[in-house]
Design a protein around this ligand. Structure first.
Ligand SMILES: C[S@@+](CC[C@H](N)C(=O)[O-])C[C@H]1O[C@@H](n2cnc3c(N)ncnc32)[C@H](O)[C@@H]1O
Length: 249
């Protein structure tokens, strides 16, 4: 993945999601690893919810000994600490959010999808493997990949998020994974999008992703329909959320 041109910053920079209370915590489907009797539990990196979904997911393969699904504190193992240290490198190689089969199946079930800020197209590649229809866009990744002669995982069209809406309209589910921290474009694309469904992978308000305007627009304009736990690094609280347009007013 190319570095974010907006800030040049690591999306993890700034707030540590563990350091304060997450104002929008997602109910954790897994128990707190601290509360169990096993001080060094084997992390669960995700059971496959769809036995027919046979994904080539090298990212999950690479991290599965050190992450756990839906955990704020992914694992107590040394491997978890090691992975957390290499997280930026792994994110650039694959993606910031770690996809598991359940998340990919959920996306596939909401296709057709327009992904904005898609980075190197890793999530889109998995959705395509699952048989989903996804258009991946990012204003920088394709140029960066071409310059460095790097293969993207999927076709990524060189469009900003708002340009992507202008090009593809409002009939697709809008998907965004780890939108840039503190940047305006995630809120801008929600303002531009008139469709029904947004799938968001990231942390809650006040943590690592987007700005308050983005989270406020989600809360004001949409209702949380579904949450899917994904594997997380130590200290991370990201998850997949499906938001439906609130047309009650
Ligand atoms: C933190 S990265 C996340 C990338 C990818 N979704 C992932 O999970 O690895 C944020 C991405 O937003 C892209 N970006 C920057 N400005 C953008 C804009 N105006 N519209 C859409 N994407 C943008 C960056 O190029 C970068 O790929």
């Amino acid at each position: 993945m190319t570095p974010d041109p907006d800030s040049g910053s690591d999306p993890d920079s700034g707030s540590d999601p563990d350091s304060g209370s997450d104002p929008n915590p997602t109910p954790d489907p897994d128990s707190d690893p601290d509360s169990g009797s096993d001080p060094n539990p084997t992390p669960d990196s995700g059971s496959d919810p769809d036995p027919d979904l046979d994904l080539d997911n090298p990212y999950l393969d690479a991290v599965e000994e050190g992450v756990a699904v839906g955990a704020c504190r992914a694992t107590l193992s040394d491997r978890g600490l090691e992975l957390a240290r290499h997280r930026r490198h792994l994110a650039e190689e694959y993606a910031w959010g770690i996809p598991n089969a359940q998340a990919v199946a959920t996306l596939r079930d909401h296709d057709p999808i327009l992904e904005v800020g898609a980075g190197n197209g890793y999530w889109a590649w998995l959705v395509e493997q699952a048989g989903g229809d996804v258009v991946a866009t990012d204003p920088v990744a394709p140029t960066w990949a071409a310059a460095d002669d790097v293969e993207l995982y999927a076709d990524v069209e060189p469009l900003s998020a708002v340009e992507a809406i202008d090009r593809y309209g409002h009939d697709r589910t809008l998907f965004v994974c780890w939108p840039s921290e503190g940047m305006a474009w995630p809120a801008d694309v929600l303002a531009a999008y008139e469709g029904e469904t947004v799938v968001y992978v990231g942390t809650g308000r006040g943590a690592c992703n987007a700005d308050h305007g983005f989270h406020r627009r989600l809360f004001d304009g949409f209702e949380l329909d579904e949450t899917v736990a994904i594997p997380t690094y130590d200290t991370c609280t990201d998850r997949l959320e499906v938001w439906r347009r609130d047309r009650s007013e």
